[in-house]
Design a protein around this ligand. Structure first.
Ligand SMILES: Cc1cc2nc3c(=O)[nH]c(=O)nc-3n(C[C@H](O)[C@H](O)[C@H](O)COP(=O)(O)OP(=O)(O)OC[C@H]3O[C@@H](n4cnc5c(N)ncnc54)[C@H](O)[C@@H]3O)c2cc1C
Length: 379
């Protein structure tokens, strides 16, 4: 049962999504950039401060509250949900790993939505095999010199801060990877947007090159030997909220289909009085219930402090596959009406493809799950 603070926060997220995100999302799908005041409006209701402790100006709410906020946003726009949670996660990491004075200097802008942030592992030559990254960090007398390129990074179009993962040891050596907090307004950084046929405007996808970028010692957030392990643990949480976001996109589509089925008439009666038409939403609702239950199991496992690697991976693989399969079918169940821009189907179909790659691609997660036995009872 959520506490009063969580209930109030989620009510604000619902109102923000309904009043601010929903009217703008179709424009973002056509490539329009989000209004520059949007991030500050999100910050004003705490969307970049959810899990940040109150001592640092955050809301101090739970992981579950973050998952629910992500789902509410993603039911309308997956991209914006990803953009906000990525800024949030950097704020949270700064609290955990930056020197307190640096944290206190940087957090106010991140929490108020005056600055965005990103986490950068992926490179032009290294995606799934992140340990193969080429970005290098060399020790200098006052800090670290970073050289390399990051690409396909949420928020990189506008982020002020990036947590950049770079190799301090031999290429391919996971234990040599460290994480640095880089100021992306540094002149040694050149950034660029990443475009695709699936809109990237609200998710803010981009890349940047680091050309002799000097990073002071205090900005080494995670030293070699700890960084790779820390990001792999953090990604378990990300897989769970991405799974919830995929479920939320399907929930949004299913509700529209069910409402339309009660009003659209065909052969003298509403669509939902045709047994064959009802089969599709019925099958979708059944699979959706199972997907939400898997997300709930994963969230509960996080709350219990258990090992969530498999549950998080399974929740994401399942929810992504559900969204990839069900969203086109739901769109079809609407007839031509499903193609109209006022409905989110086409945007969510594209977003499901993005979800299949972020925070661990489906193929990589399946590789892990092949050795998992989820049987819950003693047979
Ligand atoms: C919208 C979006 C936002 C993103 N945001 C971020 C971000 O904020 N930060 C960040 O660091 N990265 C981000 N990424 C990058 C994402 O993590 C990578 O796309 C993902 O890790 C896959 O890497 P790749 O695209 O280079 O594919 P590749 O690694 O080149 O793989 C290509 C295909 O082969 C499959 N494959 C690869 N290796 C194997 C194998 N051993 N066995 C079987 N199949 C395999 C993959 O699943 C994939 O289908 C984002 C990506 C997208 C699309």
């Amino acid at each position: 049962m959520a506490d009063e603070a969580t209930r109030a926060f989620l009510a604000e997220v619902r109102a923000f999504t309904r009043e601010v995100v929903a009217p703008a999302a179709p424009g973002w799908a056509r490539g329009a950039s989000p209004d520059p005041t949007l991030l500050a409006r999100a910050g004003a209701i705490g969307l970049t401060a959810v899990e940040v402790p109150p001592a640092f100006g955050g809301l101090g709410l739970s992981f579950r509250a973050k998952v629910e906020a992500c789902a509410i946003l993603a039911a309308v726009d997956f991209g914006l949900a990803m953009a906000l949670v990525n800024t949030h996660n950097v704020a949270k990491r700064i609290v955990l790993s930056a020197p307190p004075d640096l944290a206190r200097a940087l957090l106010p802008d991140l929490l108020a939505g005056r600055a965005s942030a990103c986490t950068a592992l992926t490179e032009p030559g290294a995606g799934s095999d992140a340990a193969a990254m080429q970005c290098r960090a060399e020790k200098t007398s006052t800090g670290w010199m970073l050289d390399g390129e990051k690409r396909w990074i949420v928020n990189a179009r506008h982020a002020r801060h990036a947590i950049v993962y770079a190799q301090t040891g031999q290429p391919g050596q996971g234990a040599g990877i460290a994480a640095f907090l880089v100021d992306l307004t540094d002149p040694a950084v050149t950034r660029y947007p990443v475009e695709s046929v699936i809109p990237q405007a609200s998710i803010g996808t981009g890349g940047f090159r680091l050309d002799h970028c000097l990073v002071p010692d205090e900005r080494l957030l995670l030293p070699a030997g700890t960084a790779f392990k820390a990001i792999l643990e953090e990604i378990n949480g990300a897989r769970i909220y991405v799974a919830a976001m995929c479920c939320a996109m399907v929930s949004a589509g299913l509700r529209i289909v069910q409402a339309y089925g009660g009003t659209r008439r065909s052969f003298g009666k509403p669509l939902d009085e045709h047994a064959v038409w009802r089969e599709k939403p019925a099958a979708c609702a059944t699979a959706l219930a199972a997907a939400w239950a898997l997300v709930e199991s994963a969230v509960s496992a996080i709350e219990a402090g258990g090992d969530v690697r498999h549950l998080a991976a399974a929740a994401k693989v399942n929810a992504v596959a559900l969204a990839q399969r069900e969203l086109p079918a739901l769109m079809h169940a609407m007839g031509a009406e499903g193609l109209r821009e006022i409905h989110p189907f086409a945007r969510h179909v594209g977003a499901a493809q993005l979800a299949a790659l972020t925070d661990g691609s489906t193929a990589m997660l399946l590789d892990r799950l092949g050795r998992w036995d989820p049987t819950p009872i003693n047979l």
